[in-house]
Write a protein that binds this ligand. Structure first.
Ligand code: PRP
Ligand code: ZN
Ligand code: MG
Length: 227
């Protein structure tokens, strides 16, 4: 199986906090899929639609490069990727179609509970471990906090202070259980996020556009019914 240019391609997270709800939402919109756990690509059995199941961090780039037509992705991952691409002169254009009512989380700065911390200025001269260096640096710059270095980690960010890699972390928080389990206290929320549906730049073929015109009202209907 491979990607076909005549089928509407939608990138979703393969495994993670958005996977289940992404698939459920598309199914609720009337698209049927047979999902084999190991497969990258899943063809819809009801419509000319393909699901590409990838790491969430890959979704913004796939959409902005026009490799896929649509993507379901968290705003946190999307905005970080956009800033990264702007900084490195890659195309960073996409169209936001809908906020999706799932995947709510916040990106926060947290410090070890024994650390002294009054205001954001307490971070000057410190190192912060994060997967979101661009969002973090933009926030600190706007707040006038200088001389903060970052340690880029794609996972296990919460253990960085204990391991001596950083003084603080900037990571996603949803229930707060991860912070709690690692002796960290949330201090500043720097970004609030939820899942979004985005579209690649450029025009869709008339067939794909017709499918999208079918999908969007169904999506709105499903979301309305859930409220
Ligand atoms: C995020 C984050 C924390 C956890 C926070 O990880 O990095 O580990 O969720 O959630 P909580 O406040 O409910 O404990 P995610 O699930 O996105 O996995 P990843 O770090 O492997 O990407
Ligand atoms: Zn195939
Ligand atoms: Mg993640």
């Amino acid at each position: 199986s491979s990607l076909s240019s005549s089928r509407l391609t939608i990138a979703i997270q393969k495994s993670g906090r958005l996977s289940r709800e992404s698939i459920d939402l598309l199914k609720a919109c009337g698209f049927k899929f047979s999902l084999h756990e190991s497969r990258l690509l899943a063809h819809s059995t009801s419509h000319p639609v393909d699901l590409l199941r990838v790491r969430d961090d890959d979704i913004p780039g796939l959409v902005m490069d026009g490799v896929v037509d649509l993507g379901l992705v968290g705003e946190n991952v999307l905005e970080e990727a956009r800033l990264e691409r702007l900084a490195t002169d890659f195309p960073a254009v996409f169209t936001k179609l809908r906020n999706l009512d799932f995947g709510q989380c916040r990106l926060s700065i947290a410090v070890p509970k024994e650390a002294s911390y009054d205001t954001l200025q307490s971070l000057e001269g410190k190192r912060i471990a994060t997967t979101y260096p661009h969002l973090l640096q933009r926030y600190l710059k706007n707040a006038g906090v200088k001389n903060v270095s970052t340690a880029m980690l794609t996972g296990s960010v919460e253990v960085a202070p204990r391991a001596g890699l950083a003084d603080a972390i900037c990571d996603l928080v949803s229930t707060g259980a991860t912070l709690e389990a690692n002796g960290l206290v949330e201090k500043d929320v720097i970004f609030r996020s939820q899942a979004q549906l985005i579209q690649r730049p450029g025009e869709l073929s008339s067939e794909k556009q017709a499918l999208l015109d079918q999908l969007l009202p169904r999506l709105d209907g499903v979301q309305l019914a859930r409220e």
